[in-house]
Unconditional design. Structure first.
Length: 222
């Protein structure tokens, strides 16, 4: 008798916003078990302080006990701060972005790397921005934070090299969703990636061999 494959268990960090909802919905639609984590509890989202390593490790442990494994982690914790000129950069923005974009990524990746390694099909994805490679003066803090997040993810990819797991950077100019279009019907959002396209890209990571996507920067700009 042919065995029925088990659904994948995928964690979405930053699942509370429109981007997280779109990605989680796309994964759930194909039969994955999606476990959302966010700052505030909501339907399908567990409140987890991702800036607290102990809390994230406890969260990962609960998932392993409940489901036996983790097959994917999608890190969607975002945020932006900037200024008009380089000289006007407020280093308080760097502190905030460091906590939000970098520290959360560090905690999530450290807590879940062993589980992804054991999965046999583990995938880790983080969303970055073109600003990391081409920073502008008003984007200094944001671009530096995104560049640091990319470097951290590439180090994770190196740790996973030679396994069946992969860590991948998904690059966008910016993201757009239906609510943004409705709020600004006069805008065309050139170069923006729709959150549904991001969801498709995330889902497609399991359709490609780990060695093909591990440590890669996949550009999703239209």
């Amino acid at each position: 008798m042919t065995s029925v494959p088990q659904p994948r268990v995928v964690v979405v960090a930053g699942a509370g916003g429109p981007t997280g909802q779109a990605v989680a919905g796309r994964l759930a639609a194909r039969g994955d078990i999606v476990i959302g984590a966010g700052r505030h509890a909501a339907e399908g989202v567990e409140a987890v302080d991702l800036t607290d390593l102990a809390a994230v490790r406890a969260f990962a442990g609960r998932i392993e006990r409940d489901h036996g494994r983790v097959d994917g982690v999608v890190h969607l914790v975002g945020g932006w701060r900037g200024s008009k000129t380089f000289a006007e950069t407020d280093l308080a923005d760097w502190d905030a972005l460091h906590a939000q974009l970098i520290r959360t990524l560090q905690h999530v990746s450290l807590a879940f790397e062993p589980l992804l390694r054991r999965s046999g099909q583990g995938r880790f994805a983080v969303v970055s921005a073109k600003a990391a490679q081409n920073p502008t003066q008003g984007n200094a803090a944001y671009a530096a934070a995104k560049a640091a997040a990319e470097a951290w993810t590439l180090a994770l990819a190196d740790a996973l090299r030679g396994t069946d797991a992969a860590a991948t950077i998904l690059v966008v100019k910016a993201l757009v969703n239906d609510a943004m279009r409705a709020a600004s019907p006069e805008r065309t959002f050139p170069g923006f990636t729709d959150v549904t396209a991001l969801g498709d890209a995330v889902a497609g990571l399991w359709d490609r061999p780990a060695g093909e996507i591990n440590g890669e920067r996949l550009d999703l700009t239209p």
